[in-house]
Structures are given as C-alpha cells and as structure tokens.
Design a protein around this ligand. Structure first.
Ligand SMILES: NC(=O)c1ccc[n+]([C@@H]2O[C@H](COP(=O)([O-])OP(=O)(O)OC[C@H]3O[C@@H](n4cnc5c(N)ncnc54)[C@H](O)[C@@H]3O)[C@@H](O)[C@H]2O)c1
Length: 346
C-alpha cells in the first residue's frame, strides 16, 4: 500500500496534516480516538480520506490498525500535551511513550516513520544566560514531564530499524480564532515569562513539513520546525498581538518577566535554526505578518464586537491571572503550573 497513516488526526496539527496530504492527492488514513467530536470532524473530511478509530494505548488495537492499513509512512502525532499533560501524567506516558513503541513494533521494515517531537526536549531557556539558536545538536535537558516523555519517545524512534525522521516543533499557532478561546490555554500562556523567546510556526506550514518528510531524503535526521525569521518572537507579544488582530485590542492582561538570575524558572521555548529543515522540506509559507492579516480577515464581523468587550475582558482575565495579587516580581512558571494543575517536573 502507499497509504500515509496519520495518528492524532483530529488534533490541531493532525487536522492540518490530513488536509495537506489529501490536497496533495495522497492516500490518507486518519486515526484518532473514537469520540463524538472526532466523528463530527470526520464527516467533514474529503471523501478520499479513510478514517479508522483506535486507542493507541492498546497494543492489540495498534497491531490491528497497522495490519489493516499497511502504510508506506506513518505520521505519529497522537499525544497528550501541555497543559493537560500536567494533570494526566500517567495516561500521558502511555500515549506519548508506550504507544509510540507499539506503533514502531507493529510497522514492518521499510516503513517511513515521522515522529512529532518538541523543542520542550531542550528544557528551560533563560534568554539572559543562553544565546544562539536551538539546533538538532543543542544538548537536551527536559525541565518538565512533557519534554521528558517526548525525549523518551525520540529514543524509541532512534533505536528502531524503521526509516525514521524526527520533527521537533516550535510554538504551533493558527489563524483560526476559535482555537484560542480555551480558558486553560489562556491561563497557561499567562503564566509564562513574558520576555522568554519563542519561535512560532503556522500549523499549515507544520503540515507541509510532515507531508514532505514522508518522502524527502531525510531518513535518520532530526529537524527543527519553526516559522521563518518573522516568527522569532518574545512570548509576551504573541497572544496580545494575535488577539488584537481579532479585534481584542488590549484585551489581555500583561504577565510577569522571568527571573534573569534563575535559569530553571524559564519555559522551554527559544528561537530555532530551521535552515536544514527548510532546505529539505521547503515548508515555510506563512510569515507572522501574513498570519495576522489573515486572522483579521477571518475574524470579520467578530472584530467590532471583540473591540467593544476588550476592556472588560482585560479586567476579568487580570483578576483570574496566575500572578494576580501575589506581589511577585518575576514569573515562576513551574510553581504556577504545580499550583493550578500538578507537579510538572519529570
Ligand atoms: N501544538 C504545539 O505547539 C506543539 C509543539 C510541539 C510539538 N507538538 C507535538 O505535535 C503533535 C500534535 O500536537 P497537537 O497540538 O495537534 O495536539 P492535540 O492535542 O491537538 O492532538 C493530539 C491528538 O492525539 C489524540 N490522542 C490522544 N490520546 C490518544 C490515544 N490514546 N489514542 C489515539 N489518539 C490519541 C487526541 O485525541 C488528539 O486528537 C504532538 O505529538 C505534540 O507533542 C505540538
């Protein structure tokens, strides 16, 4: 078979990957958990896309899936990610690590296996004390359970005899305003040091990278997937600028800077050297300014409404913000995560 099997196919990245592969005329099999929201999303897919439901933490289900599809390539995206991973770390290990092992074991020799990893594997990045861009050679030193599990999964992939490729993603963002309307995600974003470095990337460009990685001559490579240079951002600018493009001008409260003297109290993002990935996969098509313009266009009539509610939104969100009335001078992201969800350390 020539099929590409996409796991986590109804997630943020998976939905874009499936669309990209279908648009490229590839034979796509989308797989994810069998829940109502996914059944609904499946109904809207192009008729050429096959859907098969499976819980990847069940090795027998994984074997049956791979046996039925006999894919030429597997794009493995299924995962439990922050902030939800902090409340479900055992389930997350079964999905993020164990299920990766089941898929690798089930796939026959010659299968191209494209693994979704994250720059979280590098750990905390204090911009006052570390310099230089992240690269495939930057030492890994996970600071939280997510980076740790992603690194464990990478090791399984590297040790497998399949034709593997690892894509480490930066901050994946989308021009779909609805995607930002989750309160847990907003809270999480607001506890991060506002002066941390973050390289964003349009989810459609991530999808292009995964699609290209199923055939490009990149076997055995670890590639960093970030947007072009316009995506080299400062954490505290990203959400407010995106929100303003949607009409919510000054609608988000401002968080706290990181402590320059505490290397551990920073989040796991930084700017990336994506030049090898871009050379091999040619995936960077959407600049940050283009994304903002498109976000504004898509928000359409909603913009006027959001502009009106922006002052109220700022007041309400500030009263619920992670460091509200703590008197803290600096952000303390891991403590804030532990207080809200659970201990995030590996
Ligand atoms: N979103 C980002 O900014 C980002 C950054 C770096 C890396 N990544 C990686 O990219 C991949 C995709 O991330 P995303 O943002 O689309 O995540 P997502 O949470 O939107 O999607 C993950 C999907 O995995 C599925 N899944 C979870 N448990 C499963 C199970 N037991 N069996 C089958 N499917 C299961 C979920 O139903 C969901 O559809 C992940 O591997 C993630 O670690 C994402």
């Amino acid at each position: 078979m020539n099929a590409v099997l996409v796991t986590g196919a109804f997630g943020l990245v998976g939905s874009a990957v499936v669309r990209q592969l279908a648009a490229d005329g590839r034979d796509v099999v989308a797989t994810d958990l069998d829940i109502g929201a996914h059944r609904k999303a499946a109904a809207a897919l192009p008729s050429s896309v096959q859907v098969r439901y499976a819980d990847l933490t069940d090795p027998a289900a994984v074997d049956a899936l791979v046996e039925a599809v006999r894919p030429a390539a597997i794009i493995h995206l299924a995962a439990v990610i922050p902030p939800f991973i902090y409340t479900r770390r055992d389930l997350a290990r079964r999905v993020n690590v164990d299920a990766t092992g089941y898929l690798l074991a089930a796939a026959p020799a010659g299968t191209r296996f494209v693994q979704a990893s994250s720059i979280a594997v590098y750990g905390s990045r204090n911009p006052h004390t570390v310099s230089g861009l992240l690269s495939a050679d930057t030492p890994t030193h996970p600071a939280d359970v997510y980076g740790d599990q992603k690194l464990q999964a990478e090791k399984l992939v590297r040790d497998s005899p399949l034709d593997w490729v690892i894509l480490r993603l930066g901050g994946v963002i989308t021009v779909d305003p609805g995607a930002y309307m989750k309160l847990d995600n907003l809270y999480f974003e607001q506890l991060l040091p506002i002066d941390g470095r973050l390289q964003t990337v349009d989810v459609r460009d991530v999808a292009s990278a995964f699609a290209a990685a199923t055939t490009a001559p990149v076997v055995g490579e670890t590639l960093l997937i970030g947007g072009d240079d316009s995506h080299r951002q400062i954490q505290g600018d990203v959400a407010p600028t995106m929100a303003a493009a949607m009409g919510l001008v000054n609608g988000l409260p401002t968080g706290l800077p990181g402590n320059p003297d505490h290397d551990e109290d920073w989040f796991t993002t930084d700017w990336m050297d994506s030049s090898r990935a871009q050379e091999a996969l040619g995936f960077q098509h959407h600049s940050w300014p283009d994304m903002l313009a498109e976000t504004a266009t898509r928000a359409g009539a909603l913009r006027g409404l959001l502009r009106m509610v922006a002052p109220l939104s700022r007041t309400v969100l500030r009263s619920r913000a992670p460091y509200h009335r703590t008197g803290q001078q600096f952000a303390d992201p891991w403590r804030a995560i532990a207080d809200k969800w659970n201990e995030p350390r590996p």
